[in-house]
Ligand binder design. Sequence first.
Ligand SMILES: *Cc1c(COP(=O)(O)O)cnc(C)c1O
Length: 407
Amino acid sequence: MSILDINKIRQDFPILDEKINGKNLVYFDNAATTQKPLVVLDALANYYGHYNANIHRGIHFLAEKATSAFEESRTAIQQFLNAKYKEEIILTYGTTDGINLVAQTYGRKFLKEGDEIIISTLEHHSNIVPWQMLCEEKGCILRVIPIDDNGDLILEEYEKMLSEKTKFVSVVHVSNALGTINPIKIIIEKAHEVGAKVLIDGAQAASHITIDVQTLDADFYVFSAHKIFGPTGMGALYGKKDLLNAMPPYRGGGEMIKEVTFEKTTYNELPYKFEAGTPNIADVVAVKFAIDYINGLGKANIAAYEDELLVYATQQLSEIEGLRIVGQAKEKVSVISFVLDGIHPQDVGVILDQQGIAVRTGHHCTQPLMSRLKIPGTSRASFAVYNTIEEIDKLVAGIHKVKKMVL
Ligand SMILES: *Cc1c(COP(=O)(O)O)cnc(C)c1O
């Protein structure tokens, strides 16, 4: 049994009291976005209600208060990822934004025709398309690490791909579609042996796994606040200081400059060089409260409890006739994708929704992965710390109902 008081945790998330189609909400779509605890909602209201001001340039009281709250969040993220320097944390609009930033700055400056970029079959579209765009522009070659039928990367194939032509490796830490936890430390090590730089897409990992970018020796690491109980439209890019310093700016505008004349503009220092325009101040401020909330529960406690949910759900779902769990990797987070014989995932989603159960259906922004698995999509239940065994029982009952209604 978990040492966390799950009922008490549930009270921190007001949305869990919602009724959907007259039923208690069962929210199993946490891999798409997590719900927000009161501390985060209060932080947003408090910011707008009491110290809303534009940051950095103001000298009045509110501007300074907003600036220090904003920068405290940067420090919280630095600690969350165990980055060495605060200026290695670039505040972005999310994972997608962070990957595009690296592709469009590091990629455009340092990659050239014939260079190889390696991604994996498990990637989210946001870690595929920015690299394809770069390849199209620069004439680089995209290579893809294959997976086995369980949803594990085939590392021998990855090692065979690596050569002096490999200049960049960009892989997902945890698959949003299958839950696979990738051995990123080894992946990074091998890439560094041939001199390639590595970006890790941590969108799914950040809420489940303790991240230490220094131990991992990641060159870049990205995540989104909205998947760790924080607000939407906010995220962070970690980059090693020397790399970030060598990269040209991404967007031009206010904040990212030191001095502007019509002849020439000089750019601001890290991290501001990459933060043009007024940022998402309220959401940045609030993310610190999300991180504090996670730290308060303890990531190891969260992971242990989510694992209980995963084990129980895997057991219960496996017993349903005609149900196949897609993705049986050795190391997984609490994400279960499944298909039901003769039933389209869309129908599963609609009928579960009628019972108040929110799951995701479709390709989960991983169309190439679905093609590899030769399925159009799956139904996916993804669990967070506020979910319960009773809710999983409801899911199981719900799936039986789906079968009765469709078959
Ligand atoms: C959600 C997700 C993304 C995209 O995150 P955004 O917040 O939409 O930018 C990328 N990769 C993975 C693995 C994800 O789960």
